[in-house]
Design a protein around this ligand. Structure first.
Ligand code: K7E
Ligand code: CUA
Length: 670
């Protein structure tokens, strides 16, 4: 069976009993879809580097993962909105504040979208942003260290799905709320008063040019609809932002039916330059809110969490010419701007065509007040007036579109499980390939920038069924790599992914490699609990707290024999890794601690808290195989009963513990 084209495919899947349209359908002929030379195209010889980094969202795993393209090799999992015992993220005292919110410590979220920082609409390799969907947050990961550097919570939002999307120079990271919710002082209202009381917002979060630090500049209050995705304008459409919205019906129950009534929903166009002016001119109102802002400090290796209490809100009523709606068929999901910024593609999940809007026409329609009425007081532009055209019969269930920089667009189709290539100018379908199965997002290296690199397309699929060895009820999620250098797309490779992949971005490796950090310099370690040399290692009691200031270097801890701790003490192990060599972390774990390990990078200090519940002698050891004598990198801590008179003592290399350490100047470790 080699038939891969959509019509027989669709008929086939509608006739498969029990395979509903919402599950997607399975193209046939999978075995024959790979051409003979595929293996050599993805083969990266041992010791060689991949051409691209691929940053992939982890969906409900709350993480980001980093793959090489074209090999599909997994390099790193970056915990963002998740605790990660592998790295101690969310377990160490230093990292816990990263996951603080106005609802307290939240060790999980649902990360859907990746945004690599850009300068002049091109990747600059500095940061990657990700959204927390459930408890609205945006994270910034520093690409020098591949660590989460900052997380900001977003007030007046719920289901931060239309997020994070960046303006051309990363002036703003932008976030639209998926759920509309009651906003302001009337929060406890009957759900069926949705139409009166529920509102949406889109937030513009400023990003500091040098440090990357985020702060909410302003929010725009919107009608009570659901925002799904978004993209910044660029080039021609510089200064504008586009958001897809569904539920213009303003339903609050059974949205499956009730939010699919209207023939068209909207894409919301925001003139953010104008919004910025309004904000500066004092047109906004400061509203009391509570949201957490968490920042990881590179020099103290510690996060702090600050609770903010105010946000500036702009109401379109007071800010004319700032917001417009464009009708878009039907329940739009993806909203993507092409590399020139002239074309905006809306992908209606239930639509039979793909509408493509023209920025020039949008501007003309606004100038001519070519409106089709208003929606909650906001002008609705006439569909025909702003439409560049529609791609006819593209496939079923269009979701997302990426661009190759050669005038072509590639749209994913969830229901018909395929990627369709079409020409942006004349809207002709040029090619289609099956995906295995039910594709969501797509990624082309540099796809959302003004200069895509083309070459590869990666599809991120929701269902793998029979593609991999079975692993019980839950199967691997999957990415598929296609060669898009020719007229026809060619499948090269399947590779499984962590969590559920949604959006991903790929960037030339050279933009990241040059900045990659190898160690934390010991002389720049400002962690207040660091022990910057073995002679600073010590143990101190402060009331019921026992602070162990410990160092680690191949292949021992100082101190490695500790006595005088008591049951119920709060014991803090502050472990400083004195190594100054790339790729020599030490780990730290203690028996019975209801905590994770620490994994401490060279030059870094991290803290593990433990409250022992029983008297005894507890082993502790290094968890990372750091040297030939790694297995010898171990020690003991004695915990005595409450009320015992065992004094604090500590030592390394002594058969009997000594009672005190002498102060002396820090030593260089090299
Ligand atoms: Cu998965 Cu971007 Cu949440 Cu579409 S979204 S697939
Ligand atoms: Cu240090 Cu193993």
């Amino acid at each position: 069976m080699t038939q891969l084209f959509p019509k027989p495919l669709v008929i086939a899947c509608l006739t498969v009993v029990g395979f509903s349209i919402t599950q997607g359908c399975k193209p046939r002929g999978a075995e024959s879809a790979v051409s003979g030379d595929a293996a050599s195209k993805v083969y990266v010889a041992p010791g060689k580097y991949d051409e691209f980094y691929n940053f992939v969202s982890g969906g409900f795993s709350g993480q980001m993962s980093v793959y090489g393209i074209p090999s599909g090799r997994l390099f790193r999992v970056i915990p963002v909105f998740s605790v990660d015992p592998e790295k101690g993220y969310g377990y160490s005292e230093e990292s816990k504040p990263m996951l603080n919110t106005s609802h307290g410590f939240i060790p999980w979220d649902d990360l859907h979208h990746i945004a690599l920082s850009t300068t002049n609409s091109e990747h600059d390799g500095r940061w990657v942003f990700g959204n927390g969907n459930n408890t609205p947050r945006i994270a910034r990961v520093d690409l020098k260290t591949f660590r989460t550097a900052e997380i900001i919570e977003i007030p007046n939002s719920a289901g931060n799905h239309s997020s994070p999307f960046l303006t051309e120079n990363t002036e703003y990271v932008v976030a639209g709320t998926r759920f509309s919710v009651p906003i302001g002082d009337k929060l406890d209202v009957p759900i069926n008063t949705y139409k009166e009381n529920f509102k949406g917002t889109v937030s513009f979060i400023g990003v500091d040019k040098t440090t990357g630090r985020m702060s909410i500049a302003f929010q725009i209050l919107t009608p009570g609809i659901n925002f799904d995705l978004a993209r910044a304008g660029k080039g021609k459409s510089s200064g504008w932002f586009f958001f897809s919205c569904y539920n213009s019906e303003k339903a609050n129950t059974l949205l499956e039916v009730n939010a699919s009534q209207k023939d068209k929903d909207f894409i919301m166009a925001v003139n953010w330059k104008k919004a910025e002016e309004y904000a500066k001119a004092g047109k906004g109102v400061k509203k009391p809110v509570r949201y957490a802002h968490n920042v990881y400090d590179e020099s103290t290796h510690s996060a702090t969490s600050t609770m903010e209490t105010e946000v500036l809100v702009l109401d379109p009523k007071d800010c004319p010419d700032m917001v417009y709606f464009m009708p878009c068929p039907k329940s739009p999901h993806g909203c993507d701007t092409d590399p020139t910024g002239e074309y905006i593609v809306g992908s209606g999940k239930l639509a039979a065509t793909i509408p493509v809007f023209s920025f020039t026409k949008i501007q003309n329609a606004i100038a001519a007040k070519d409106y089709d009425g208003t929606f909650d007081g906001i002008p609705v532009l006439k569909y025909e007036s702003v439409l560049h055209g529609e791609v006819q019969k593209p496939g079923l269930g269009p979701l997302h579109t990426e661009f190759d920089g050669k005038g072509n667009a590639y749209t994913s189709f969830f229901v018909s499980s395929e990627v369709v290539k079409w020409s942006v100018k004349d809207l002709k379908v040029l090619d289609r390939v099956p995906t295995y199965y039910s594709v969501g997002h797509l990624s082309i290296p540099g796809g959302p920038t003004k200069n895509p690199h083309g070459k590869y397309l990666i599809a991120y699929n929701k269902i793998t069924k029979d593609r991999y060895l079975p692993t019980g009820p839950e199967l691997a999620q999957s990415a598929q790599l296609y060669d898009i250098t020719g007229e026809k797309m060619k499948l090269l490779l399947d590779f499984p992914t962590i969590g559920e992949p949604h959006y991903a971005e790929a960037i030339p490796a050279s933009l990241i490699i040059k900045n990659s950090q190898k160690i934390y310099k010991i002389e720049e370690n400002k962690n207040p609990n660091a022990a910057l040399g073995d002679n600073h290692a010590r143990v101190e009691r402060k009331g019921n707290e026992v602070h162990v200031y410990m160092t680690s270097i191949r292949s021992h801890f100082t101190p490695d024999n500790i006595e005088g701790a008591k049951v119920g003490d709060n014991i803090y192990f502050h472990v400083t890794n004195l190594e100054q060599d790339w790729d020599v972390p030490h780990g730290f774990a203690v028996k019975g601690a209801n905590n994770a390990e620490l994994l401490i990078m060279p030059g870094e200090t991290q803290t593990l808290k433990w409250v022992p519940e029983k008297a005894g002698v507890y082993p502790m050891y290094c968890t990372d195989f750091c040297s030939a004598l790694h297995q010898e990198m171990q020690g003991y801590i004695r915990v005595s009963a409450v009320g015992s008179n065992v004094p604090i003592s500590f030592s390394t290399g002594k058969t009997a513990p000594i009672a005190a350490a002498t102060e002396s100047a820090p030593v260089k470790t090299e």
